[in-house]
Design a protein around this ligand. Structure first.
Ligand SMILES: [Zn+2]
Length: 196
């Protein structure tokens, strides 16, 4: 998949033996995925999507924001050290706009690399299931008060302000929307007749 990234410095994937099912990246050349997430991904295509999302943060320059503090971190790839870093990473937010851009980039990258787009974006459905397993209903569907599609206030300024606040506090769009957006982007590629 590095080949599809247009000559950017290659990234390497490291599997971490840690409990939380997650993937993340840091300034440098490594993308990290936990064994627990890796095991839940049903196909190479879905795994590729998760890694491509992290590669996107490199390729779209999102890590530049953090390069200043990343320079303060010890230069070590030891798993124990990385596990200790997770506390920091949990509060490490790119923001919903950058996360949405990373999802779009990931779809493009996996398709360019020859993976099956529909299988790839199932990764987001897996993340939805993992979130629901831990009871994070709003992480999947968004905040409860914004869920009712018949709510007449849906197009009001208040709705949009609440949605903005929620997505910026979470750092992501609700997973359900991320999955729908990714599926749409895969369909749009097909419509345009791009070779998959
Ligand atoms: Zn991300």
């Amino acid at each position: 998949m590095n080949d599809a990234r247009g000559g950017k410095p290659p990234l390497e994937t490291t599997i971490l033996w840690i409990a939380p099912p997650l993937a993340f990246t840091l300034a440098g050349k490594h993308v990290y995925i936990s064994r627990t997430l890796f095991e839940r991904l049903p196909s190479d295509d879905a795994t590729a999507f998760v890694l491509a999302h992290e590669a996107a943060h490199h390729d779209l320059g999102h890590l530049d924001l953090y390069s200043a503090w990343a320079n303060w971190l010890p230069r070590s790839d030891a798993t124990g050290y990385l596990a200790a870093l997770l506390g920091v990473m949990e509060h490490h937010r790119y923001g919903p706009e950058r996360e949405a851009a990373a999802d779009d980039y990931a779809v493009d990258l996996v398709l360019k690399a020859g993976f099956n787009g529909q299988l790839a974006v199932q990764a987001l459905a897996i993340l939805e299931n993992l979130a629901l397993d831990r009871g994070d209903v709003s992480g999947v569907f968004g905040p409860e008060n914004l869920l009712d599609p018949t709510d007449p206030a849906r197009n009001s300024a208040a709705y949009h302000v609440q949605r903005w606040v929620w997505t910026h506090m979470h750092g992501y769009l609700p997973l359900h929307e991320r999955a729908a957006n990714a599926r749409k982007r895969v369909r749009d590629w097909k419509v345009q007749g791009v070779v998959m």
